[in-house]
Write a protein that binds this ligand. Structure first.
Ligand code: MN
Length: 211
C-alpha cells in the first residue's frame, strides 16, 4: 500500500482514542476528490484537501476560501491525510491532536488546470514540487479555478489560496459566512459537537445510576 505519505498523519494520532480514519481502508476509486473541512480546533480554520497520489494533500486556511480574486488567503500546508478522511465529520477528543469539531464544509471533484498535452504538462505531484497548484473545483459552494502559490519563509510551508478570475469569481459572495454548514449532512459545527456529547452524557448518567 503506497502509504508513505501518511506516516506523519498516523504518528500524530492515537486511533484507539479518536474516530478519525487511520487510512487502512481507503478506497482509491471515484476520481479526484477535494474536500474543505471546517475545523473548530484551538482556532477555527478550514482544511483544504486535494486527492493526490492516493492521499489528501492538505492545507489549513485560517480565514477559509474566498470567491473574490483580489483576496489572498494564507494556506499552511499540513500533513497528508488518508482518502477516507474526506467523509469524516465528528469530534476529535480533548487532548488529542487537532482536538475539536470537524464538518465537511464543501466537497466535490477537481481537475488539474496545469495538465496539458505535451512537454509542459504538470502533474499534481510536480505542481506541488513547483510551488504552484492550479485546480478547477466542482463543489457545491465553490466552483471554478483556484490557485495555490507557495511563498517563502516560515517553518511550515506557507502558500496563498487565490480564486482565479473566471466566470465563477464573485467578489460579493462570502460563502464562509453565508453558507456555514456541512454539505454532507446539513449539520452545523454546533450540531455535531452536541450529538457527540449525547452518548457521553448517557454513559455518565448510567454510571451515576449504578453508584
Ligand atoms: Mn485542521
Amino acid at each position: 500500500m503506497p502509504d508513505d505519505r501518511l506516516k506523519s498523519y498516523r504518528a500524530k494520532r492515537d486511533f484507539s482514542k479518536t474516530d478519525e480514519p487511520s487510512g487502512e481502508h481507503a478506497d482509491p476509486n471515484g476520481g479526484r476528490r477535494f474536500v474543505i473541512q471546517k475545523h473548530d480546533a484551538s482556532s477555527l480554520h478550514y482544511d483544504f484537501r486535494l486527492e493526490i497520489d492516493n492521499a489528501l494533500v492538505s492545507w489549513a486556511v485560517p480565514k477559509g476560501p474566498s470567491t473574490d480574486p483580489s483576496e489572498r488567503r494564507l494556506a499552511i500546508q499540513t500533513e497528508d491525510h488518508p482518502l477516507d478522511y474526506a467523509d469524516f465529520e465528528g469530534v476529535i477528543p480533548e487532548g488529542e491532536y487537532g482536538a475539536g469539531t470537524v464538518i465537511a464544509w464543501d466537497t466535490g471533484h477537481y481537475c488539474n488546470l496545469r495538465a496539458r498535452k505535451g512537454p509542459n504538462s504538470m502533474s499534481m505531484p510536480r505542481s506541488l514540487e513547483d510551488g504552484l497548484v492550479e485546480v478547477w473545483l466542482e463543489g457545491e459552494k465553490l466552483k471554478g479555478g483556484y490557485a495555490l502559490k507557495r511563498t517563502e519563509g516560515g517553518k511550515k510551508p506557507r502558500w496563498m489560496l487565490i480564486k482565479m478570475d473566471d466566470e465563477a469569481a464573485d467578489a460579493r459572495r462570502n460563502p464562509v459566512s453565508t453558507e456555514p454548514d456541512s454539505v454532507l449532512s446539513g449539520r452545523s459545527i454546533g450540531d455535531v459537537a452536541e450529538e457527540a456529547q449525547k452518548p457521553k452524557k448517557a454513559a455518565e448518567a448510567e454510571e451515576s445510576d449504578r453508584t
